[in-house]
Design a protein around this ligand. Structure first.
Ligand code: NAD
Length: 250
C-alpha cells in the first residue's frame, strides 16, 4: 500500500475528535461525547479566547442541567478546550464543525422578506391566511430601525451579533446592538424581553427599559411602584394609534 493511500484511509476507529466552535451546540455536545466515550479524546477549539477561557474555568459560558458536572469530570482527561484551531484539526480523526452561521444580509443566501413570510405562512407555524400575515408582519434589515415606534424588543437568540453593545463591550468585541440608540426611537413605556438571559438588565433599566426574562426576575424594588406593582398601561402616541387602527381595519 502506498504512503498516499495510507494517509487517505479512514481510521478504523475514531480516537480523537476536534469540534470547531465552542458555542451552544459544540460545547455541550462534545462534553457529552467525552463523557459517554472515555476512550475518545475530544478537543473543542474556538477562535474566541474569552469563550475558551470560560469553558476552562469554573463558570461555564452555558448553563444546561448537569453540564457543569460532566465538564468537570472529563476536562483535562479526554475533554479539552483550546484556541489552537490548527493543532486541533491536524490531530483529529473526525472534525465536527459547529460555528455560527449569522443571518446573511447581502449576496447569495441573503434572507429576503419573502423567505420570512413563507416560513411564517407554513401551516405548522401559523394558521392565519397569508394576506393577514403580510399585513401584520413588517421586516427590517436593521434591528435599530425595527425597534422604532414600538413598545418592546423581544430577544430570542443568543448569537453574539444580537447582544447588547452596552454592558458587553468589555467581554465581547464584536457585538452590535445599541439599546441606548433604540430606546430613543421607541414608544413609552419600553420593554425588553430577554428570552435567552444574555443582557445586562441593570444597564437596560438605567436606560429606562422595563425588562422581563425567562427564569429570573430582574426588577428594581420601586420599578413598578407608580402603577401599583403592575406593568404600566401602554401609552400610545397618535402615530401609533393610527398605525394600530390601520392594522385592525385589515
Ligand atoms: N443553538 C441552537 O439551538 C442551534 C440549533 C440548531 C442549529 N444550530 C446551528 O449550529 C451552529 C452552531 O450554533 P451555536 O448556537 O453553537 O453558535 P454559537 O454562536 O453559540 O457558537 C459558535 C462558535 O463558533 C466560533 N467560531 C466561529 N467561526 C469560527 C472559526 N472560523 N474558527 C473557530 N471558531 C469559530 C465562535 O467564536 C462561537 O464561539 C450554527 O450553524 C447554528 O445555525 C444551532
Amino acid at each position: 500500500m502506498s504512503a498516499c493511500s495510507t494517509e487517505n484511509k479512514a481510521p478504523e476507529s475514531i480516537r480523537s475528535i476536534c469540534c470547531i466552535g465552542a458555542g451552544y451546540v459544540g460545547g455541550p455536545t462534545c462534553a457529552i461525547i467525552a463523557h459517554k466515550c472515555p476512550e475518545i479524546t475530544v478537543t473543542v477549539v474556538d477562535k474566541n479566547p474569552i469563550r475558551i477561557a470560560q469553558w476552562n474555568s469554573d463558570k461555564l459560558p452555558i448553563y444546561e442541567p448537569g453540564l457543569q458536572e460532566i465538564v468537570m469530570k472529563c476536562r483535562g482527561k479526554n475533554l479539552f478546550y483550546s484556541t489552537n484551531v490548527e493543532e486541533g484539526v491536524v490531530n483529529a480523526d473526525l472534525i465536527f464543525i459547529s460555528v455560527n452561521t449569522p443571518t446573511k444580509t447581502y449576496g447569495a443566501g441573503k434572507v429576503e422578506t419573502e423567505q420570512i413570510l413563507s416560513d411564517l405562512c407554513h401551516p405548522g407555524v401559523c394558521a392565519l391566511p397569508r394576506e393577514r400575515i403580510e399585513n401584520l408582519v413588517t421586516t427590517h434589515a436593521d434591528p435599530h430601525s425595527a425597534a422604532a415606534n414600538t413598545h418592546a424588543i423581544v430577544v430570542l437568540t443568543e448569537w453574539d451579533e444580537f447582544k447588547a453593545k452596552l454592558g458587553y463591550c468589555n467581554v465581547l468585541h464584536f457585538v452590535t446592538l445599541d439599546y441606548e440608540k433604540m430606546i430613543k426611537s421607541m414608544l413609552r413605556p419600553a420593554w425588553v424581553f430577554d428570552g435567552r438571559k444574555i443582557l445586562d438588565h441593570e444597564r437596560l433599566m438605567d436606560l429606562g427599559f422595563y425588562t422581563e426574562c425567562i427564569g429570573h426576575r430582574y426588577q428594581r424594588p420601586q420599578f413598578y411602584d407608580h402603577c401599583n406593582g403592575h406593568a404600566p398601561e401602554l401609552l400610545f402616541s397618535e402615530k401609533s394609534k393610527a398605525f394600530r387602527a390601520s392594522r385592525q381595519d385589515n
